[in-house]
Design a binder for this molecule. Structure first.
Ligand code: SF4
Ligand code: SF4
Length: 398
């Protein structure tokens, strides 16, 4: 029982809901599952019911609306079947900060013990191993071993101007490890003075928010700030939009924070990234945490257009209306089939553009969409923007 899990503005704004249902129409989970109980409008209605039944006076008044334990537990399941994509918030005509409310609601449900217990593993893994997969944190930068052209000492320096914060998925997941490899090659070509944190990088804490464990983020925030400070860096570059958003919104304002697409666009304008012709037609998928979450829409498109030979075609829903890939909000852990169904709708939209490649700027989007196209033997390539640029880098002469 914790109405305190919500900020005052969250409590006030949720009363503004006009029940127009536009959030339900825009929700990829509702569309893929055909289940209205996954919609924002249903969730807000239930949340109000829950809150009113808790307080003393209103509790008596609204006694007959009180949820049974079973209803509360079923409600908890629906709340976690959400990618936290923010599409509902983007269309809400009264401007309710729905994504923040969904995160607070998850925390409330954890405090109320009415949540899918599968998510406990996120807190356990991060607390014990400092990464979301319970891998050995000393192996965070082991992907460098797959780069024959890497410097002998790897990419971990004592001091550097820029820290590249890799994130858990790109550090450990084989398919996603191609992203830090590509990014490092681009930074090498542009002669960027960068370092990794290696084992001193801990999970940024974003999965903890999605798991309703906001209290646990303080320790990882403090640790990561100190780790970057020790490198003497003033800038942190992220290829993971979720790490980027987490640092922007929940870390103290100490360093300059830049997503790779913004950073590399400046490098390209300065003429520091050599590129050869790449005859390709691609479409661009806006990752939820980079687009709606961080308002970065144009830099990735400018980067793509700056590669000679590459033609960019847009999907029907793009920029702030872009449909989610299905991989956010820890949904894959809760309901794999729903993630796949959402990814399927996304891939259909990409195929309709006639592009041979869907480019994104997020390791989780790459994982989700690639898994779907491979399983279903669909002829569409999925690339991160780092990999697209890497393809355009001229071959090194021996
Ligand atoms: S955040 Fe996305 S998946 Fe979750 S309710 Fe809103 S639109 Fe649906
Ligand atoms: S779009 Fe906004 S106002 Fe309309 S039902 Fe959803 S939360 Fe309520």
């Amino acid at each position: 029982m914790a109405n305190q899990d919500y900020s005052v503005s969250e409590m006030i704004t949720l009363e503004a809901c006009s029940a127009c249902s536009l959030c339900a129409d825009a929700c990829p989970a509702v569309s893929a599952a055909g289940d209205a109980k996954l919609s924002g409008v249903y969730r807000l209605h239930q949340l109000k019911r829950l809150q009113r039944s808790r307080s003393g006076f209103l509790g008596k008044l609204f006694k007959k609306y009180r949820m049974t334990e079973e209803e509360l537990s079923q409600f908890g399941d629906t709340v976690f079947k959400c990618t936290l994509c923010g599409n509902c918030e983007a269309v809400c005509p009264v401007g309710i900060r729905l994504k923040d409310i969904w995160v607070s609601l998850r925390q409330d449900l954890v405090h109320s013990s009415a949540y899918p217990k599968k998510v406990n593993v996120i807190g356990e893994n991060i607390s014990e191993s400092h990464n979301v997969f319970d891998e050995d944190n000393e192996e965070r930068a082991d992907w460098v071993d797959d780069m024959p052209d890497a410097p002998k000492e790897g990419f971990i320096k004592e001091q550097a101007e820029v820290v590249y914060f890799t994130g858990c998925v790109s550090s450990y997941f084989p398919m996603a490890q191609q992203i830090p490899i590509a990014l490092s090659r681009i930074f090498q070509a542009a002669e960027v003075d960068f370092t990794l944190l290696g084992e001193d990088e801990w999970c940024c804490g974003f999965p903890l928010l999605g798991a309703g464990l906001r209290e646990m983020t303080a320790e990882v925030i403090e640790h990561n700030i100190e780790a970057v400070r020790e490198k003497g860096a003033d800038t942190i570059v992220f290829a993971c939009p979720s790490c980027y958003q987490m640092w922007r919104e929940h870390y103290p304002d100490v360093f300059k924070l830049v997503h790779f697409t913004e950073y590399v666009y400046d490098l390209i304008r300065e003429g520091r990234v050599p590129m050869q012709e790449l005859p390709m037609t691609v479409t661009y998928h806006d990752p939820c945490d980079l687009g709606r979450g961080s308002n970065v829409y144009e830099e990735p498109r400018r980067v793509i257009r700056s590669i000679p030979g590459v033609k960019l075609v847009e999907m029907k829903r793009n920029r702030d209306k872009c449909a989610c890939c299905g991989g956010g909000g820890n949904l894959e852990m809760i309901d794999k089939d729903l993630t796949a169904a959402i990814a399927g709708e996304k891939i259909e939209e990409a195929l309709a553009t006639g592009a041979g490649t869907i480019v994104t700027a997020c390791q989780q989007c790459v994982r989700t969409m690639n898994t779907y196209v491979k399983r279903n033997k669909i002829g569409l390539d999925v690339l991160d923007i780092t990999q697209l640029i890497e393809k355009a880098l001229p071959e090194k002469e021996d």
